[in-house]
Design a protein around this ligand. Structure first.
Ligand code: ATP
Length: 589
């Protein structure tokens, strides 16, 4: 296929801002394209060589493009530079200089799409020493044989300045019209795109096999599925109303979405934006490789920062340390993660995207060999708003953002690439920071895991309630302790161990070791929340709920100067909670 056909179509597309006209020109172009090169034409039209998830980019620097232009046009650098300064467009500059090129003494052969694509592919894959010269000769070779209009688009393509504004949706429209038999087939073609993220492959299938081919289009391990997204509601009754009275609610973990593709021992990870992030998370790759009982699988999970010793989830921000190219091994140990899997889309030859959610979950539970680093998302069947509220509070307290409520109806398929009501997120609309520290009494402890064996992994902390003269739990804290702190605390607490919970301690949690209230520590948390577990200020703000401190961290300060009765009181915690709400303009009942 002649590259000139593409160049002329681009010219028309560039001249319009109307999507309908743009689609028409694209349809014309696609009709002139032989089916065996259609995927290449589609990629080129979007300024690419492959679908995004492959991660191969052309990205040639403007400087190199200018050198190629000098070579092909026989002009000098300063005249090209000054023209470029005037037009501000490297493509137009190329067109101008090739129009007035000095002489066309060589024998030129017309450019074909195949040759352009292969050359650009070589260009993108050239690296190492001598790469600049190789690239220069590849571009110059193309420009030498190019007409001026072809040169304009070639240069724009290699420098990443194509900018025709052809969105994925426009390509889908054009494919439906050119090969699907009409716009009404667009939905089927779009589904194929949503489960493959590869417009080139979709185009090749519809051009070669028509809509029947598209109907048989399957999920492929290695091709990311575009993510299903949720709508949002803030009232439990409304959520249940959408689901005819019952739904499955899951913890909404606050981490990074990961789509894992497993083929035997080979694992690929894609981000929410479908970028390949396998290198960033070798530990996740290993978990999927060893803990998923299937030859082939595609599943989705939230990757969450955790504190290994206490098992507590850490705020999303800690994952930022994993966004790096170097020093990954150190980052893995310093910022460990856990995976909570919430969906499975494919297992051993079976495309599960059209199965209802409860069925997918059943399969997910079957293929996961759970361990402390990989589990299915915590889930509960919900029938009343009270159940939803209680589960929500539990989720918040454990470090989650809220709940994802999911339809259990027969039509609860995986809607790839769509935001819809089959999933509803239920988050708090506010986020606030605890600016002040609190002083809390150690009333219990949990044994450590890993390197903390012989010390405590986490401490159960309480506020003081002077009216009732009791200590009410408010948080479990396993973060902020240095190794020295851990030893020191262990020793310090030994003399306060009691065989069972002290009668002045109010706790629903069962600690491994109980203490008489004695040691006071300074703690900084992220915020105060309602809690179904902790006993501080029980029934004060809401019937059946206490208050808790989220993401607690020991500041390093032992408040030996305070007696347990001097600790922060339940009243103060309620005041902090009210303060938070005022900050965001809400009031309490
Ligand atoms: P959106 O993804 O809806 O555009 P967003 O990127 O801001 O918006 P949120 O609205 O906070 O994300 O919520 C959706 C995200 O929640 C998902 O993309 C996923 O990463 C995460 N998530 C956590 N737990 C779950 C779960 N149990 N089920 C589905 N998604 C979950």
């Amino acid at each position: 296929m002649d590259y000139l056909i593409i160049a002329e179509a681009y010219k028309k597309i560039e001249a319009t801002t109307k999507r309908l006209e743009m689609t028409e020109y694209l349809v014309d172009l696609l009709k002139k394209t032989p089916p065996n090169v259609i995927s290449k034409v589609i990629y080129l039209t979007q300024g690419k060589l492959y679908p995004d998830f492959v991660g191969i980019e052309m990205g040639i620097a403007e400087k190199l493009a200018i050198r190629a232009l000098m070579w092909a046009s026989g002009s000098n650098e300063s005249s090209i530079q000054s023209e470029l300064l005037k037009s501000g467009d490297i493509g137009k500059t190329a067109e101008t200089f090739l129009t007035k090129r000095k002489q066309v003494t060589f024998f030129t052969k017309p450019l074909t799409v195949e040759r352009v694509y292969e050359t650009l592919d070589k260009l993108a894959k050239t690296s190492g020493s001598g790469a600049v010269d190789t690239k220069l000769s590849l571009i110059s070779g193309l420009l030498t044989d190019a007409t001026s209009i072809e040169a304009k688009w070639l240069i724009r393509t290699v420098t990443g300045n194509l900018r025709l504004g052809i969105a994925d949706m426009t390509v889908l429209d054009a494919l439906a019209i050119a090969y699907g038999g009409g716009k009404e087939t667009r939905e089927k073609i779009e589904r194929a795109y949503n489960i493959s993220s590869d417009l080139g492959r979709v185009a090749a299938v519809v051009a070669q096999q028509g809509i029947e081919g598209i109907e048989k289009f399957q999920v492929h391990v290695g091709e990311p599925i575009r993510p299903m997204l949720a709508e949002r509601l803030g009232v439990p009754e409304e959520i249940l109303g959408k689901y005819y009275g019952s739904c499955l609610a899951e913890y909404k973990y606050d981490g990074e979405r990961v789509q894992a593709h497993k083929k035997n021992d080979h694992v690929l990870l894609f981000s929410r934006r479908l970028e390949n992030i396998s290198k960033q998370y070798p530990d996740v790759v290993e978990l999927i490789r060893t803990q998923i009982d299937a030859q082939e699988a595609i599943l989705e999970a939230e990757c969450v920062a955790i504190d290994l010793e206490s098992g507590d989830m850490r705020p999303f921000q800690e994952l930022m340390h994993r966004r790096r190219k170097y020093g990954i091994e150190t980052a893995i140990t310093k910022y460990p993660i856990s995976l909570f899997s919430f969906d499975v889309l494919y297992v051993d030859g079976a495309d599960l995207t059209q199965q209802p959610f409860p069925k997918r979950r059943q399969i997910l539970e079957k293929i996961i060999k759970p361990n402390i680093r990989l589990k299915p998302a915590s889930q509960q069947l919900i029938k009343t708003s009270q159940q939803l509220e209680d589960f929500f509070e539990k989720a918040i307290e454990e470090g989650c953002e809220g709940l994802m409520c999911k339809s259990v109806n027969p039509d609860s398929v995986y809607q790839a690439g769509n935001r819809g009501w089959l999933w509803i997120k239920y988050k708090r609309d506010y986020k606030s920071e605890m600016t002040d520290t609190v002083d809390l009494v150690v009333v219990g402890a949990f044994h450590g895991r890993g390197k903390r064996v012989g010390a405590y992994g986490a401490l159960l902390l309480a506020t003081y309630n002077p009216e009732k003269d009791q200590f009410e739990t408010v948080t479990k804290c396993g973060t902020g302790f240095t190794d020295k702190d851990l030893c020191q605390l262990y020793e310090m607490l030994q003399k306060h161990i009691v065989p069972r919970k002290n009668s002045r301690v109010q706790s629903t949690l069962e600690a491994d070791v109980w203490f008489e209230p004695a040691v006071v520590l300074e703690i900084l948390g992220a915020e105060v929340t309602l809690s179904p577990i902790h006993m501080t200020a029980l029934d004060i703000v809401r019937r059946g709920s206490g208050m808790a401190i989220r993401f607690p961290r020991f500041t390093g300060k032992y408040r030996n100067d305070k007696s347990p009765q001097d600790a922060t009181t339940a009243k103060e915690i309620v005041a902090m909670y009210r303060g938070q709400l005022r900050k965001i303009g809400e009031t309490l009942p």
